[in-house]
Design a protein around this ligand. Structure first.
Ligand code: AHM
Ligand code: MG
Length: 337
């Protein structure tokens, strides 16, 4: 039940019992993400000052080395999760290999792994456009007490226990699911508290926004080209509106609120698409499904793909259920032609 003026802290405590293996660990994990997000938010908000205080790689007035924001965000999330001894491993889009985390007593007693894209869409920072953090949480599959292995990270999305994103936009929001619907919390920067502002977020079944980088049209598979023509046709409730920020979190967030589809298909340039299955597609797919939407690679459910490597890519169709199904229909039709 959502209450007026409920804070994220209160919400987490109240909903902890809903977890099947509740030991408070997952709650602490979400808590530490919320903390790291505040720190990153503070830094992202200062990004416009970079020309004044020095660009990445320069030395600032305090004599400190300026960092690229995505590197900074990566470090902050890793640091926060490591210091609190909550997870046994982290994989990040920014790191080639996963990180093994052991407790102060050199044990490996924690049971969750986190996979994340610490600052997605970071090329948008230079132009003051919203960026985001995406995270995905799994229970480890190897025994507690032993170091994590690749197996712990290469799990299909349908085994996620939590996923979410932080959007650093006109306001900063944390949106997440633990498999019981999707809830959005807005940060009040004056006091550093997140409030439940978007309880039980839902994709409408139908929508009228499509989001895709149409500049790549000539490289798209025929099914996507056909679907785009369908979206643009002057029939029924169409043409749909085209909206593309080029920042996955922002595009999905808008479509979840307004109803729409996001597509990053395969192309002749990116035969497997551009987005990363583990850091981008799976967490967004979990959120989408929990919000009543759908996520597919054009033919099958994203969350049923068994990953083979950490940085694997996948074509991505995500959003309002009927729109994704319509796009799949066009993909199938073009394939069997
Ligand atoms: P990144 O992880 O390097 O930031 O790339 C992911 C981003 C997504 O946020 C966005 O939807 C997409 O790449 C945009 O790609 P493009 O510029 O090819 O349209
Ligand atoms: Mg990314």
């Amino acid at each position: 039940m959502s209450k007026k003026h409920q804070t994220l802290g209160e919400f987490i405590i109240e909903n902890q019992q809903a977890f099947p293996y509740s030991s408070g660990e997952l709650s602490r994990l979400i808590n530490s993400i919320r903390l790291a997000a505040k720190v990153v938010n503070h830094e992202v908000n200062k990004a416009g000052l970079v020309d004044i205080t020095g660009a990445a790689g320069d030395t600032n007035v305090q004599g400190e080395q300026q960092q690229k924001l995505d590197v900074y965000a990566n470090q902050k999330f890793i640091q926060t999760l490591t210091n609190r001894e909550i997870v046994c491993g982290i994989a990040s889009e920014e790191n080639d290999e996963y990180i093994t985390i052991q407790g102060h007593n050199n044990d490996h007693k924690n049971k969750y792994v986190v996979l994340m894209d610490p600052l997605d869409g970071s090329s948008n920072i230079d132009v003051n456009v919203s960026v985001g953090t995406i995270f995905s949480v799994y229970r480890r599959v190897t025994p507690v007490g032993t170091p994590v292995t690749m197996e712990d990270f290469l799990q299909p999305g349908n085994l996620q226990v939590a996923a979410g994103y932080i959007i650093y936009g006109t306001s900063t929001m944390l949106v997440y699911t633990t498999g019981h619907g999707v809830n959005g919390f807005t940060l009040n920067p004056a006091i550093g508290t997140y409030y439940l502002s978007h309880p039980n977020m839902k994709f409408s079944e139908d929508g009228n926004i499509y989001s895709i980088n149409e500049g790549n049209y000539a490289q798209f598979p025929q099914g996507v080209k056909d679907y785009l023509k369908y979206c643009q046709a002057d029939e029924g409730d169409r043409p749909y509106t085209s909206r593309y920020i080029g920042s996955l979190v922002s595009d999905i967030h808008r479509n979840m609120i307004k109803g729409g589809i996001y597509i990053y298909p395969s192309s002749s340039k990116y035969p497997d698409g551009k987005l990363r299955l583990l850091y981008e597609c799976n967490p967004m797919a979990f959120l989408a499904e929990q919000a009543g939407g759908k996520a597919s690679d054009g033919f099958k459910r994203i969350m049923d793909i068994k990953p083979n490597e950490l940085h694997e890519r996948a074509p991505f169709f995500c959003g309002s259920k009927n729109m994704v199904e319509k796009a799949e229909e066009f993909m199938q039709k073009a394939k069997t032609k």
